[in-house]
Design a protein around this ligand. Sequence first.
Ligand SMILES: [Fe+2]
Length: 489
Amino acid sequence: MSVRNYATLRDYIQANRCVTEEYTDVVLPLLEGSLPAGLVGSLYRNGNGRFEHQGVMYDHLFDGDGMIARFTFDETGVRYRNRYVRTAEFVEEEKAGRMLYRSFGTNIPGGMWKNIMNMRFKNTANTSVVWHGGNMLAMWEGGLPHHIDPDTLDTIGRYDYDGVLRNSFSWLDRQIMPELPFSAHPKIHPTTGIMHNFGTVPGTKQRLVLYEVDPAGRARITKTVEMPSVIFAHDFVLTQSGHRIFFLPPVAFDMLRAFAGITSPAASMRVDRSSQTTVLVVAPDGREYRLKTHFGFVFHYINGYQDTNGTLVVDALRLSDYPESPGMKEYLVGNIPDDTDMARFVRYRINLDSQTVAHEVLSDYQGELPEIHPNRVGQPYQYTWTIGRPATHSMPLLDHIVKLNVQTGEGCHAYETDTLPSEPIVVPRPGSTREDDAWLLYLRFHAPSQKTDLIVADAEDLKTVARLRLPHNIPLGFHGLWLGDSTTN
Ligand SMILES: [Fe+2]
């Protein structure tokens, strides 16, 4: 394996430098094109605002403190506001001026003795932002969501859905994990409006807990599935037919090592590459099916649905291997191997009658952070938009925007030299009927100038419609959300 450590990659990684300013509704200068009429509402993005604390760098890409950025579009232009999520841990560490909590991939500096039997983990609230039941929530898969004011971006507090997310399994379970995890990838059913979600809960038994939140915001636990180990699952699929589908790879936390402080949870992960991935399907009536498919690791599913033959179709971005913690730290300092494993677009066909799972690669493109038309969740669909790259691209970075027709495998891309894009959010044009009659909103970091722009592009041909300049560089973040102007009123 060759590792190139060239300056240009370090320039790209400056996209991750810490955010130290919080702006309040500054108007962004328009550098190119014009804002389209009809694009009225707000883009919210969540992600790491900083990758170090008081000079101590986090060891993992997923450990930065959550920061919400909002871009409000109206007839006069785009206004920008950003706020760190004031989690209890963030506030306490700011006051103390030092790192007090362990994170998913980072132990407190000072070795094992500083971490042994230390069960205090930071809720980073850094992964996604969700609007449902009249609430805006900043999400992190290891703990409770945080309630956010959509107008001010102020943090209202931890949100446990009237106690539903308080661990009530047993006294010992409560000591191990007092709050039930609530994943950062909930799915809202396209016709019922019910938000489905899950959490992987370590304890006296290892559990996968399924949740439903009705459109009024009332939550309940609908099912608890006992698991052989604490499996790492980041995302899942909900179909309009009501099937919930989980890919459970043989990648599991060694909770004893993690809780004992010997390693961080991320570094405790054990990967059994000789085993297959279990596909767990929970049918609408609650019945469980467990099937097997090839080894690999999926962070994100593109979409899934039941076809007219009853087959469950799942499109995913599949890595051929699990990305171990040391590689995540190296990524943060710009040491990125040329042969870095990149996720491929893969379609799975799950037949519950024959208990089989078939798979095929949809495209030569590689990608991550997939988005679809917001009205196509759980149903047959045509397009996805992702960050990505052609397989022959010379840089080991997902530095293109890729549009893929998942039915034909045909794709196209947009590429701007020396830039890195964020996840592209799809905003349907008012009155549109075609899936790609929409705008794409994403951030784009220009490595040589170290500037970040907000891009409005046409979702059909990916051409830039408008480019606006942020007042400071912000990391590109993980997941975002578009809310039309009437949504939060
Ligand atoms: Fe994610």
